[in-house]
Design a protein around this ligand. Structure first.
Ligand code: GRF
Length: 209
């Protein structure tokens, strides 16, 4: 696949700093791909403004307009297909994708999570890491499968937990790493540099790390 032929859709519900990191990495040439759609379930998600500022098509799709979760997922999948996406990136998307959506984009959905999975899946994980007393936490980019936060791990970054940390300070430090590893993982996929063996993801040797 040549430059810019690799198309991504980004699903985001909130502030969109990971989306921004991906946009920046594309603009400065670190990621050889383009975002063809940013879709949000929230009308006022700052992620939508970030997309607009960079001339990226964005849309709010209102879950209340659909009779159920499956119907909503189908509509989202339809929009992503219209845009011909090769990869769906979840970037703070606060909805759990149903099995049909996951099958539709089998092996082509990735997520960023602010802990070292499989430790602390779910929500409020920075607080959970502090409460548990771990000395290190971090973030994980992983493929999305039908189990929440349990798909094959692509990249992780480790972040120390300080005694003085609260959830906010730890989240901030983890976020810095999220913004580094998410674009890196996308580039590995765009370049077809990943090998997946069951749930073990490895980087093909020719890539400098
Ligand atoms: C990040 O912490 C990410 O790991 C989690 O949701 C948060 C999204 O933040 N999945 P942002 O919207 O990208 O700033």
């Amino acid at each position: 696949m040549t430059s810019n032929d690799f198309k991504m859709g980004v699903l985001a519900s909130g502030r969109g700093t990971n989306l921004q990191a991906i946009i920046d990495a594309i603009e400065n040439g670190e990621v050889d791909a383009r975002i063809t759609l940013v879709l949000s379930d929230q009308p006022d998600a700052p992620a939508l403004d970030r997309a607009n500022k960079h001339g990226i098509e964005s849309m709010w799709l209102d879950p209340k307009q659909f009779s159920g979760k499956m119907e909503y997922d189908r509509a989202v999948a339809g929009k992503l297909k219209e845009k011909g996406v090769d990869l769906v990136c979840l970037a703070g998307y606060m909805r759990i994708l149903g099995p049909e959506f996951i099958r539709t984009f089998e092996g082509k959905i990735i997520n960023i999570h602010p802990s070292l999975l499989p430790a602390f899946p779910g929500l409020n994980v920075q607080q959970k890491a502090i409460d548990y007393g771990v000395k290190f936490s971090g973030c994980t980019v992983h493929f999305v499968n039908e189990e929440v936060d349990a798909g094959p791990i692509i990249l992780q970054a480790v972040v120390p937990v300080h005694e003085s940390d609260d959830a906010e300070s730890l989240a901030e430090r983890i976020l810095v790493q999220e913004h580094l590893i998410y674009p890196r993982a996308i580039q590995l996929i765009a370049e077809n540099h990943l090998r997946i063996d069951n749930r073990k993801v490895s980087i093909k040797e020719s890539v400098p790390q």
